[in-house]
Design a protein around this ligand. Structure first.
Ligand code: WQD
Length: 351
């Protein structure tokens, strides 16, 4: 018997749904016919993204979206949301995510990321909702011995508290399933999410100096910063700079939608890599972004950044075989969309 519900019958709670990956995923879910409830405290997101989501999905689908401004650590607020909506599953994005800041503020990172997850699953359990997708990261693979990384590659020591919180939350959700096999847990390990919605209406909006490569490159392209700092050109890679598996945020969003469909009616713990399977160097990114914005972007070589690995990229065969998902966009597409977003919104959502 097919126990799967239609998307119209399902209501997905998206924690951190106003953030970069969350907002793109919300668009995908609304387009697929789900009802969506966002909970976000807006500590690292703008409320303006909600209007942009409405514009992209159109009036009809937008009626299926609601928003609560609340902290996921706030148990009463979460219980209120569950009492007032028939949540069938949860996608959990909310959390602090700056690697460098996590080294300086371990107490804040462990408290926020772990307590919010524990509060969330506690409230889910109390309301009989046992289906969760967690926003994990390739950071749990640490410094890999063998590439590409498969889901069976060993988890290694994280190199910073942010990475440990991802590592630990994966373990918490796995233990939860061991205690109660009705739980349905999907751990999605993202590689390096970049790009923006092709409409130019949504994208990454980092506060202050960007920590990650592509937001920094985009700010150089738009004239907000002078030159890109390339951290290390003596790595054992094709041009000496670090290699990563960059994935378009819209591909990541469709990966969540695929996971939601795949997990419907199941239980268990399943891990999927979400990447493209292709590694690109820092210089590859600069070349591609320069082509997208139509000018040579200046860069300076710097020493290696502490904690960086030489290279990582994914094997994504499992996601293709089980969920029928694979990335559609290449690096040029990602840089084109990132540039479109940045040039239309030089100051992000506040611009
Ligand atoms: C990519 C490459 C840098 C900035 C991090 C987190 C990970 C995940 C994604 C997010 C590296 C180089 C960077 C710059 C540079 N989590 N670089 N100049 O470190 O692979 O992954 O973000 O929430 O957990 O660790 O991404 O974009 O910072 O770096 O040369 O100004 O670009 O050395 O080779 P990273 P990144």
């Amino acid at each position: 018997m097919d126990t799967a519900a239609t998307t119209q019958e399902q209501c997905v709670l998206v924690t951190g749904g106003a953030g970069f990956i969350g907002s793109h995923t919300v668009v995908e879910l609304l387009k697929d016919g789900y009802s969506v409830v966002i909970v976000d405290d807006l500590s690292n997101a703008s409320e303006k993204v909600l209007d942009r989501i409405d514009t992209i999905v159109g009036e009809e689908a937008a009626k299926n979206l609601s928003f609560y401004r609340a902290d996921v650590c706030d148990k009463e607020a979460l219980a209120y949301i569950f009492d007032n909506n028939t949540i069938t599953s949860v996608i959990h994005f909310a959390g602090y995510k700056a690697v460098g800041e996590s080294v300086a503020k371990p107490i804040e990172y462990y408290t926020n990321n772990l307590a919010s997850t524990l509060t969330l699953v506690d409230v889910m359990r109390e309301h009989g909702c046992k289906s969760i997708i967690f926003s994990s990261s390739a950071t749990v693979y640490g410094d890999p011995d063998v590439l590409p990384l498969t889901e069976a590659s060993p988890k290694k020591n994280a190199t910073n508290p942010y990475g440990w919180t991802k590592w630990m939350i994966e373990q918490i959700l796995t233990d939860l399933h061991s205690s109660d096999p009705e739980w349905n847990v999907v751990l999605l390990r993202y590689f390096n999410p970049i790009g923006a919605h092709p409409s130019g209406l949504m994208g990454e909006d980092p506060k202050g100096i960007p920590n990650n490569l592509v937001p920094y490159v985009a700010q150089v392209a738009v004239g907000k910063r002078d030159a890109i700092h390339v951290y290390g050109n003596d790595y054992d890679t094709h041009d000496g700079t670090g290699v990563r598996d960059y994935i378009h945020v819209c591909d990541l969003a469709s990966g969540h939608a695929a996971a939601l469909k795949w997990m419907d009616g199941r239980s268990g713990v399943e891990i999927f890599n979400l990447g493209t399977g292709k590694g690109s160097s820092v210089l590859d990114v600069i070349t591609s972004f320069s082509a997208a914005c139509g000018k040579e972007l200046p860069y300076v070589m710097e020493p290696r950044r502490a904690g960086d690995v030489t290279a990582n990229y994914a094997n994504c065969i499992k996601a293709k075989e089980l969920m029928g998902w694979e990335a559609q966009f290449n690096l040029d597409d990602m840089c084109r969309d990132s540039w479109n977003w940045q040039s239309n919104n030089p100051n992000g959502y506040e611009g």
